[in-house]
Structure formats: C-alpha cells, structure tokens
Ligand binder design. Structure first.
Ligand code: GSH
Length: 144
C-alpha cells in the first residue's frame, strides 16, 4: 500500500488511520511547497493534483474521508469503524460533519485571511464563516 502525502495537510488523516490500524505502507512525499503535485508523474496518479492519494493494488483513491473509511472497512477486525449499520451511519455522519460543516468555514477563514491575494480577500466572509463554525461547534456539543 502506498500513501502520497505531505504534512501538515489532510494527508495526515490517512497516515493516522494507517498507523492506528498498524498497516505497513510506503510513504511517498509530494512536496506541495516545491510544486511537486503539478508534475506530470503525479498528475497521472491524481489529475486534480491534490493530496492525499492512497494506492492499494489496482485501487487508486483520493479524498481523505474516502481513504479513511476504505481503510477502516478493509480491516474490520481492527474495529476502527462499527460493523452494524446504525452505528456505522453515525460514524459516517460525524466524519462528513467534520469535513463539511467544520472544515469548510475554517477554510473560508484561512483563504480570506492568508491564502488569497489581498485584493481578493473578503473580510465580511471571515465574520460569516466564524459564525457558521461556532454554530456548528455548538450543535456538535449538543448532539452526541
Ligand atoms: N477534499 C479533499 C481535499 C484535497 C486537498 O485540497 N488537498 C490539499 C492539501 S490539504 C492539496 O493537495 N492542495 C494542493 C492544491 O490545491 O494545489 C480531501 O479531503 O482529500
């Protein structure tokens, strides 16, 4: 099994899962700072030019949440994810909640404070994203 990764990015989700499962894997560093993710050899593996990518035999998987669930379900004996459907659904629920409701407002804040060129930053969206994030954290606090 091969993991294309670069820390600290979403690829740590895949690495963490592999390590929790105790699965041997080959780590391939793709240095985003040096632009290695735009090289033709990496674009052949993921045309989107993004990390992480897991290669397991003929399976080439992108999207960190898909990788995490694939790994957890590949090794049911490790009990990282429930096998009963209602409990498994709750695990999916919180994985997706984290990746959409929590991660997205945090990204909006990061983009509009650091990533976008200054002329494209929207301070008003930082305020809205903060509100969204706090609302979602509050919901999480009341839901489990
Ligand atoms: N939804 C994807 C996002 C993948 C993603 O955006 N990865 C970032 C690192 S965290 C990346 O490779 N960015 C390079 C780029 O956008 O050029 C996932 O969860 O895997």
């Amino acid at each position: 099994m091969k993991l294309y990764e670069f820390a600290p990015t979403r690829s740590i989700r895949a690495r963490w899962t592999l390590q929790e499962l105790g699965v041997e894997f080959e780590a391939v560093t793709v240095n985003l700072v040096l632009g290695e993710h735009r090289r033709p050899e990496f674009l052949k593996i993921n045309p989107a030019g993004k990390l992480p990518v897991l290669v397991d035999g003929d399976t080439v998987l992108t999207e960190s949440i898909a990788i995490v669930t694939y790994l957890a379900e590949k090794y049911p004996e490790k009990k990282l994810i429930p096998t009963e459907l209602p409990q498994k659904a709750q695990a999916y629920r919180w994985l997706l909640f984290a990746a959409t409701e929590l991660e997205q407002p945090l990204w909006r804040i990061t983009r509009h404070t650091n990533l976008y060129p200054e002329a494209k930053r929207l301070p008003a969206d930082v305020v809205l994203a903060r509100e969204d994030f706090l609302f979602n954290v509050n919901y999480f606090g009341r839901s489990h």
